[in-house]
Design a binder for this molecule. Structure first.
Ligand code: FAD
Length: 322
């Protein structure tokens, strides 16, 4: 085990869009900064789940590809030459003393005066359905996220879900796939209204409300689906080559609870300055929660700036006390 005894001012855990922006901001505030990411690449869900999707709701961009946004955020973050540690998952956090926080990973220990937790939804798995053939056909037509749209060219695709992700996937695939159907089992869409309007005006066939996936059809690969209306009980068999399930994530917050962090609902509870219940530990982005929280890149960027400013104040208060 390597002991990274060098002390940093701010260590950011997680290099998604929020962690990258926090890294930039910490550099701007002249903090000695370290960024630790468990994957070999930065970018968070924008790279692992939707690199080719267009994003319409980031300040200053009419639209931008997720991949391009991460390139720009990375360039912005690297300006002040932070130390970047890739491929290390932070598995432990301990407050060792006043302004001494120890972060442990399977490869070693990292020391820092303050930490900003920006781990998104942490260790997550896509929500699945307990229906015939779904698990067997994963990788053979069942998808939970779309790193590339090209495999869907000319195919018939069914998207399940009614949140922003599902609506975005359906619209993104519209011009590529031969046919796109979106089925949603709730009585209301959870996506942004303008995107729902766009969906309803598009060529996507929308089955809504109360349409659920009952069965996946196919032996070696997906050939169809049985959709049923939970209200009327009517079933419909549709021919499809691929099914995209976009019905949420299951998050395991237990590790953060064990670190001593206060977990409320599906995130780490923070105050308005993004501080957690542990001194010197802040949270930002999808993992941070407070009344009125929204899970968006733009909101996370604001939280990152607040978290770093608060961390800087915490560090400066220590310097004054010396
Ligand atoms: C399909 C889809 C489409 C979306 N479209 C939009 C959109 O158009 N506009 C919008 O504003 N939002 C959109 N969102 C939401 C947006 O992706 C999130 O709000 C955003 O990714 C949150 O950023 P984050 O940095 O907090 O988390 P993430 O992007 O999840 O990044 C967290 C990072 O932390 C790393 N990590 C996790 N645990 C550890 C650990 N223990 N140690 C080290 N590293 C760790 C992860 O590997 C990851 O790189 C979409 C989400 C989905 C799923």
């Amino acid at each position: 085990m390597v002991l990274q005894s060098e002390m940093y001012d701010v260590t950011i855990v997680g290099a998604g869009p929020v962690g990258l922006y926090a890294t930039y901001y910490a550099g701007l505030r002249d903090c000695k900064t370290k960024l630790i990411e468990m994957y070999p690449q930065v970018g968070g869900r924008l790279i692992s789940m939707y690199p080719e999707k267009e994003i319409f709701d980031v300040a200053g961009h009419m639209k931008i590809l997720a991949r391009d946004l991460i390139t720009q955020l990375t360039d912005q973050a690297m300006q002040y030459r932070p130390t970047v540690v890739l491929g290390e998952r932070v598995t432990g956090l301990r407050v060792r003393g006043e302004r001494v926080i120890e972060l442990s990973t399977p490869n070693g220990r990292h020391f820092t005066q303050t930490a900003v937790i920006a781990v998104g939804c942490g260790a997550f798995v896509p929500r699945k359905l307990d229906i015939p053939h779904l698990i067997d056909l994963e990788g053979h037509g069942i998808h939970y996220y779309l790193p590339s749209f090209e495999p869907f060219r000319g195919k018939k695709v069914l998207v399940m879900g009614g949140g922003n992700s599902a609506v975005d996937w359906a619209l993104s695939l519209e011009g590529i796939a031969a046919e796109v159907t979106l089925a949603h089992r709730m009585y209301k869409f959870q996506a942004h209204e303008a995107m729902v309007d766009r969906l309803l005006a598009s060529k996507v066939k929308v089955l809504f409300p109360y349409f659920a996936l009952k069965e996946v059809l196919g032996e070696d690969r997906v050939t169809g689906a049985v959709i049923w209306n939970e209200r009327s009980g009517k079933e419909e068999r549709i021919e499809v080559d691929a099914i995209v399930l976009s019905i949420g994530m299951l998050t395991n917050l237990e590790p953060f609870r064990q670190w001593g962090l206060n977990i409320v609902g599906s995130g780490i509870a923070v105050a308005t300055d993004m501080s957690t219940n542990m001194p010197g530990v802040y949270a930002a982005g999808d993992i941070a929660t407070y009344p009125g929280k929204i899970l968006l890149i733009s909101a996370g960027a604001g939280e990152a700036a607040t978290a770093v400013n608060s961390a800087k104040e915490h560090i400066d208060a220590g310097d004054l006390g010396r």
